[in-house]
Design a protein around this ligand. Structure first.
Ligand SMILES: CC(C)(COP(=O)(O)OP(=O)(O)OC[C@H]1O[C@@H](n2cnc3c(N)ncnc32)[C@H](O)[C@@H]1OP(=O)(O)O)[C@@H](O)C(=O)NCCC(=O)NCCS
Length: 162
């Protein structure tokens, strides 16, 4: 999904999102932050918490879906856009490549460790645990532990997948 239109309503929406995300960072406890995250269009289930220092993609927070009882810990980055390098050519600035937007889904009960980076288009399974500092570039299955860069499954608690 690509979205490179800079209309007045998009710019105003961007300003609104950034204000909401700035306010969310100032609030404590985590429950007080959730209405401000939701106001940006993020879908967040009951019981989920997002730490104050989480860096949510400011240009497309509405592409982020977080299930119930998810814990996104300090310093995590959730990205929904990147440059489409299919159009990249020698001698041209990479900034000329269009942006491509992809949704991120973090399913019920997942735990995202400190400083992890969730890349565009990734779905993290139910109950999955992502290790601190991991870079998640591909989908992660339910009930497992995934660590590293790129994140790989090191433990699987899902009996049906053993
Ligand atoms: C991922 C995690 C849950 C794994 O815990 P665990 O299941 O007890 O795993 P272990 O400590 O037995 O480690 C298993 C292997 O993964 C490696 N590993 C663990 N965490 C890792 C990480 N974040 N990145 C890379 N490798 C990691 C270990 O070095 C070990 O490797 P080895 O088998 O080669 O020795 C834990 O290390 C982690 O990162 N937790 C998040 C901490 C956090 O964010 N806390 C915030 C609380 S609010």
């Amino acid at each position: 999904m690509a979205n490179n239109h800079r209309t007045i309503s998009n710019v105003l929406r961007g300003v609104f999102n950034r204000i909401c995300l700035c306010i969310a960072r100032l609030l404590f406890p985590a429950q007080l932050r959730m209405p401000f995250y939701r106001a940006t269009g993020m879908k967040i289930g009951k019981g989920s918490k997002i730490a104050a220092t989480v860096d949510v993609d400011q240009s497309a927070p509405e592409l982020i879906t977080i299930g119930k009882d998810v814990w996104v810990t300090r310093g995590v980055m959730i990205l929904c856009h990147q440059r489409d390098l299919q159009a990249y050519e020698v001698g041209k600035p990479v900034m000329d490549c269009p942006l491509v937007y992809k949704p991120v889904v973090i399913n019920d009960g997942a735990h995202i460790g400190i400083g992890a980076i969730i890349m565009p288009g990734v779905t993290i399974g139910k109950g999955a645990v992502i290790g601190a500092g991991s870079v998640v570039t591909r989908d992660i299955p339910d009930y497992c532990v995934a660590v590293g860069s790129p994140a790989k499954v090191i433990k699987n608690f899902n009996q049906t997948e053993k």
